[in-house]
Design a protein around this ligand. Structure first.
Ligand SMILES: C[S@@+](CC[C@H](N)C(=O)[O-])C[C@H]1O[C@@H](n2cnc3c(N)ncnc32)[C@H](O)[C@@H]1O
Length: 502
């Protein structure tokens, strides 16, 4: 008999906000079945309601903890270049600026905050800032306190940062004590934040890639909780794809130099913009309010600004919203967005995809289209991030593996590209585009035997009516041309020479 998930879903949503649909529902069913063992569902539900330890264990297995250092790097520049200087100019000397990383997972985010501040303020960081981090998952908090990381956490940072802040011990990268001691970790349920009354207010909250697991009423409740934990002029930073989904009227949305963040209060008339902040001194003319007539200084990765502008009384900075109580915009369909992407009209497709993701943050197809748009704008990190998120929810996504392969290939990371294309081809053996790219990569490495094998696989597949398994993003290759290329390349593959000479 199949398990009735409804009462479990209700309990989990009510206690910690997590919502499970589609693929998530399957994960929930697996976790519950494992934990309840041979006991019946009714009995286990009663146990779960009463036993907070058991409930915690279930939640720990359900959370998605994907994270890495300096994820969405631009937001760390926003922190150090804009938000912190602004707050410093408003706070009396000696009063530390308080930062919360909410949903911090295994610590990469709060430690990135600390490292960005150390880079900018040196040893003074410890006096000038108080960094607190929290997550509902007790296992990740324990890992964060240990501050030992594998290669996987460093996918978007260079060697310099590693050598400044980490030492290698038994294949793990161990964070230096100064940074480690700069962050205080707590178990924290954002829906029922127990530490709120005792903690002084936070000036900046990072809550990134967390709200995607909640529905709108839960997001609203969590935002109200956050607002109650923040100083009156504080800032909230959400993940870049979550921005519009979090524009719920609790905080004011601000666009500054192509980046979005939220203000606890309606923004005041004289904030420094990202573009002006580097050149401006306090008396410099560049240090003045953005007005509605001034366009944003630049747009992040060519993303168009959101369309609907909702004026806030007295606010000089444009606030943006797609949540209009008067005339809600029609939600585009995935097919419309997909057609634009297939026509390579990325500028037109991007706002549609954003809208879709605002309304349906878990929509993997929309995430794939967004990743593909990032790829074509050569924003490889964002494309890879997007695909990682898709794979975290659906490990069988051939599209995501294929786009990962393309991103790594285009940024000339051949080994990584080969690994992703191999996975795609392994998962879906008829995926001839993956075999074709593998052939090219092997050939470029001088492995003509492997290249020949891969070319022959492509020809064999194209002789039938192959299903490449790529459902959402464009394949970008014409079978007839690929067949022609493979035939030609097979004719010119040199006979392998002894000693691997060319
Ligand atoms: C995908 S991770 C994001 C980590 C990090 N913020 C980042 O952007 O890289 C989401 C985290 O949110 C946490 N989370 C989910 N629901 C939560 C809740 N109600 N309260 C606190 N944390 C929660 C999960 O345990 C998980 O570690």
């Amino acid at each position: 008999m199949s398990l009735d998930l409804a009462p479990f879903k209700r309990l989990i949503r009510q206690r910690c906000g997590l919502v499970f649909e589609g693929v998530g529902e399957r994960r929930l069913a697996t976790v519950l079945s494992e934990r309840m063992g041979s006991s019946d569902a009714q009995h286990y539900l009663v146990q779960l309601e009463a036993d907070t330890d058991e409930f915690g264990k279930v939640v720990n297995q359900l959370t998605i903890n994907e994270t890495y250092f300096f994820r969405e790097m631009e937001q760390f520049d926003l922190l150090t270049d804009v938000l912190v200087p602004r707050l410093m100019s408003r706070r009396p000397p000696g009063v530390p600026i308080r930062i919360l990383s909410a949903g911090c997972s295994s610590g990469e985010e709060p430690y990135s905050i600390a490292m960005a501040l150390f880079d900018r303020f040196g040893e003074n960081t410890l006096q000038r800032f108080k960094i607190v981090a929290g997550d509902i998952d007790s296992t990740v908090i324990a890992r964060a306190r240990e501050a030992r990381y594998s290669e996987f956490s460093f996918r978007s940072v260079g060697q310099g940062l590693r050598s400044r802040y980490f030492r290698v011990e038994h294949n793990a990268h161990v964070l230096t004590d100064a940074v480690r001691n700069a962050v205080e970790f707590h178990e924290l349920n954002l829906l029922h934040p127990a530490f709120a009354p005792t903690m002084p207010a936070f000036d900046i909250v990072f809550m990134r890639n967390v709200s995607i697991y909640f529905d709108v009423p839960i997001r609203l409740e969590i935002q109200r909780n956050l607002a109650a934990m923040m100083s009156g002029d504080g800032y909230l930073v959400t993940g870049m794809t979550e921005t519009l989904a979090n524009d719920l009227g609790v905080f004011s949305l601000v666009e500054d130099g192509g980046l979005y963040y939220f203000c606890r209060q309606a923004p005041q008339p004289a904030p420094m913009s990202r573009a002006s902040i580097r050149s401006a001194t306090p008396d410099h003319p560049a240090h003045r309010a953005l007005t509605k007539s001034q366009p944003p200084s630049h747009r992040l990765h060519g993303e168009p600004a959101a369309k609907t502008h909702r004026p806030v009384p007295g606010a000089a900075v444009p606030t943006l919203s797609l949540v209009s109580p008067v005339a809600p915009a029609r939600l585009p369909t995935l097919e419309e967005a997909r057609a634009l992407v297939h026509d390579e009209r990325y500028d037109d497709a991007s706002p549609l995809v954003q809208k879709l993701l605002s309304a349906q943050p878990h929509n993997n197809d929309a995430r794939l289209l967004q990743a593909y748009i990032h790829l074509n704008r050569r924003n490889f990190e964002l494309a890879l991030d997007g695909c990682s998120d898709v794979l975290a929810a659906d490990a069988w996504s051939v599209d995501a593996l294929f786009v990962m392969g393309l991103a790594e290939k285009w940024r000339e990371q051949s080994a990584a590209a080969i690994a992703w294309f191999k996975k795609a081809a392994y998962l879906h053996q008829q995926c001839w585009p993956a075999h074709f790219y593998l052939a090219g990569l092997y050939s470029a490495q001088g492995d003509h035997a492997a290249a020949g094998r891969a070319h022959r696989v492509v020809l064999r597949l194209l002789a039938g009516v192959p299903d490449p398994g790529i459902r959402v993003v464009p394949v970008g290759l014409r079978p007839a041309e690929v067949r022609f290329l493979c035939e030609r390349r097979l004719n010119v593959v040199p006979t392998p020479m002894p000693m691997g000479g060319s």
